[in-house]
Design a protein around this ligand. Structure first.
Ligand code: GLU
Length: 465
């Protein structure tokens, strides 16, 4: 019998969707897709203080932007509390969990004692039932926590899909609190029950969870559940080798959308960060899914490289049609105060897209055609628009005014004629034309720029000199 592969993304909605979470979820998603399995989205909102509906919305929005759709869910952990309590009762009945009436002060004392004796601070097992042991009298008016009865001997191990075999001595693991005094189940316990009920076969997550895994395995075993396979992905480091954080710029996936990155570029870049398929740097989402194998997940941390991300984004910008780019860039031009309808924006994209790293850079460059014209500053005018240059421009304007077509080829021919008739080389004409018509010294090819700006405006600006 073949089992369906089932993976999950289980974010805690306490902020936006960050890069690290996005990347591990991408691996879970690709693994499920590769095996024609099921990708589950579970919102772990049990931290009521810190969870917000806005954060849930941000997670859904980020996933949808990248085209990462869940086959099941979103399930909300808070809606499953009854089920979690039921599983706690099951453990109590089986004698695998127990009530603990120690107060926080008593626990602190136990820890102090252990520390003083040079031991690892831990719960001393006062309320842990053992054969032949008499437990203290239950104090009145005190609400107990419930602890998991961790085996004191043996080793808990698993073959991590990323890191290889990992083992923990059970005696190192404290008796974990699985329910608080008010009866609400704790984080590790909810994860376990949900992974079990949702029949998760493979858990791919950040390696900050490695220490939780032996506890989760032990609880799963105590419940008689099948233990999934685990893969712990190392974190992403910033360019300076420190853990990636806000300090390094945006960590919210949607900030990249705002900054003008394409979802396919982001997906390609993130997928390649910590996973490889030979030397392939550029691959489609279909290839990623087809090639994805946990064997090729790297066991060492990967480094965020903004330059490479820009390179990948530039690649995907070139791949998009100019019409699509025009649609994506238009609202960004408006944000800059420009009018995207002032020009044939698709033609502008044709001209600019080969050199742009982001949609925002495209919008900025397109302002040459969509923004209001501001003449070059007087210093630049004085430097470039000399009497000699003005005479040349007057001749050029005269020749332009009589052509019947207005396109790049026609303008290129007029430029050629003007250069020949005046016996000058291109820069002598090109720079003054740019300064006079656009107010800038550097622009894309002059003939194409003039064609896009339009005959009337070009002549107007040349005559105004
Ligand atoms: N909710 C946890 C987090 O956001 C992830 C739990 C898990 O993947 O097991 O860190």
């Amino acid at each position: 019998m073949t089992t369906t592969i089932r993976t999950r993304f289980a974010p805690s909605p306490t902020g936006f969707l960050h890069l690290g979470g996005t990347r591990t979820s991408l691996f879970s998603w690709a693994f499920a897709r590769h095996h024609k399995g099921v990708f589950v989205l579970r919102i772990e909102d049990t931290d009521v203080e810190r969870s917000t509906p806005e954060a849930v919305e941000a997670i859904l929005q980020g996933m949808s932007w990248l085209g990462m759709h869940a086959d099941e869910g979103p399930f909300y952990q808070m809606e499953r509390t009854e089920r979690h309590r039921e599983a706690i009762n099951e453990l109590l009945e089986k004698g695998r969990a127990y009530y603990c009436y120690s107060t926080p002060e008593e626990i602190e004392e136990m820890r102090e004692k252990a520390r003083a004796a040079g031991l690892k601070p831990r719960y001393d097992g006062t309320w842990r039932p053992e054969e032949g042991k008499t437990l203290p009298a239950i104090p009145a008016d005190r609400k107990p926590v419930i602890r998991f009865k961790t085996p004191t001997e043996g080793v808990t191990s698993w073959d991590d899909m990323v890191k290889g075999r990992i083992s923990f001595a059970n005696e190192e693991l404290d008796d974990l609190i699985i329910a608080r005094p008010d009866g609400t189940p704790t984080y590790n316990f909810c994860v376990v029950v949900d992974d079990w009920d949702m029949e998760i076969t493979h858990v791919i997550r950040g390696d900050d969870h490695v220490n939780n895994t032996p506890r989760q395995i032990l609880i799963l075993e105590a419940l008689g559940a099948t233990v999934p396979q685990y893969g712990h992905v190392p974190m992403i480091l910033g360019p300076d080798g420190e853990k990636l954080s806000k300090r390094h710029g945006a960590v919210n996936i949607m900030d990249y959308e705002a900054d003008g990155y394409l979802p396919e570029a982001m997906l390609n870049y993130l997928a390649r960060l910590g996973w490889s398929h030979g030397d392939d740097e550029i691959f489609s989402v279909e290839q990623f899914v087809e090639w994805f194998d946990t064997k090729n997940l790297s066991g060492s941390p990967s480094q965020w490289d903004p330059k490479k991300l820009n390179w990948v984004n530039a690649h995907y910008i070139k791949q998009r049609s100019s019409a699509e780019l025009a649609d994506m860039v238009a609202p960004r031009i408006e944000k800059l105060g420009g009018n995207p309808n002032a020009v044939n924006l698709t033609a502008v994209m044709d001209l600019l897209k080969d050199r742009a790293e982001t949609l925002n850079a495209l919008a900025k460059d397109a302002m040459l055609f969509c923004g209001s014209f501001s003449p070059a500053d007087p210093e630049l005018q004085a430097e470039v628009l000399t009497d000699e240059a003005k005479a040349l421009l007057a001749d050029f304007a005269q020749r332009l005014s009589v052509v019947s077509d207005w396109d790049t080829a026609t303008i290129a021919a007029v430029i050629k004629d003007t250069l020949a008739a005046n016996e000058v080389k291109m820069p002598k004409l090109g720079i003054p034309v740019r300064v006079a018509v656009t107010g800038q010294k550097q622009t894309p090819a002059v003939d194409a720029v003039l064609a896009l700006i339009g005959k009337e405006t070009v002549l107007e600006r040349l005559h105004a000199l």
